[in-house]
Design a binder for this molecule. Structure first.
Ligand code: PGA
Length: 245
């Protein structure tokens, strides 16, 4: 596990974007795992800026997103389908049919979870998975206590996750209670993982992840057992770790 320190959020985002661009240029048919939330927004901004300036092509890239809310239509402003279009897909040349998120409006969600697992497998697995981390240590929507062996599944969101994500909804009661997420083992099968961590509100969980033994109460702690993980964290996120070393 390698850790790169960035001075601030923008430098973290730039470093992540450079890494992704380098991969896309070397492997035009890259299978890129993507995340939503506040953390990767800056990374996507840098990718869009690069596209405007250098036209780096994504014509042969496939993307697979970590998760999607259950009960939110694809074209609803708060869906992760919309987030990805707004922040990235509408601004680069990736064919939209090569972008994949769980279809949470599917009539049979268990079958959809199975389909998503098979889709990833049929694409040859994820070459590079971008991750954020929840303040409770979740990755994707794998909340504390999720078995490390989990595959893509329907999960119940914790109160703290729903509270944190309420800012994206007009009414906090509208925050969905469930989501479909890649499982912990699905994420761990990725060939490379890049975890982005920014801000002082993430300092404690980053410290916990790196200092405590691996356990299912901190889903991200499993990342210590992956052979190719890069953490790009800004100074604020690294503060507690540095204080205690
Ligand atoms: P955030 O969410 O990027 O909005 O902090 C990260 C996560 O919940 O995985």
């Amino acid at each position: 596990m390698e850790i790169i320190e960035a001075q601030n959020y923008d430098e973290m985002s730039q470093k992540a974007a450079h890494l992704i661009l380098d991969k896309v240029k070397r492997t035009p048919s890259l299978v890129l795992g993507l995340a939503t939330g506040g953390t990767p927004v800056g990374t996507y901004q840098h990718l869009v800026k690069d596209y405007q300036e250098n036209q780096t092509s994504y014509r042969h890239v496939h993307t697979v997103n970590l998760d999607e809310y259950v009960g939110v239509e694809k074209d609803h402003p708060t869906s992760y389908h919309t987030y990805m279009k707004d922040h990235l897909f509408n601004h680069i040349d990736i064919p939209i049919q090569q972008t994949h998120l769980p279809d949470t409006m599917a009539p049979d969600l268990q079958a959809e979870c199975q389909r998503y697992e098979e889709l990833i497998e049929n694409l040859g697995g994820i070459d590079l998975q971008l991750l954020g981390i929840g303040v409770n240590g979740h990755i994707g929507f794998n909340e504390p206590g999720t078995p490390f062996a989990s595959t893509t599944n329907v999960v119940e969101l914790t109160a703290s996750t729903r509270e944190k994500n309420a800012c994206y909804f007009d009414n906090p009661f509208d925050v969905p209670k469930h989501a479909v997420t890649m499982g912990v083992s699905t994420i761990m099968k990725s060939k490379q993982i890049v975890l982005l961590v920014s801000g002082k509100q993430k300092a404690h969980i980053l410290y916990k992840l790196l200092s405590e033994p691996t356990n299912e109460q901190v889903p991200a702690s499993i990342l210590k057992h992956h052979k190719n993980v890069l953490i790009i964290a800004d100074r604020e996120a690294l503060a507690e770790l540095k204080q205690n070393c």
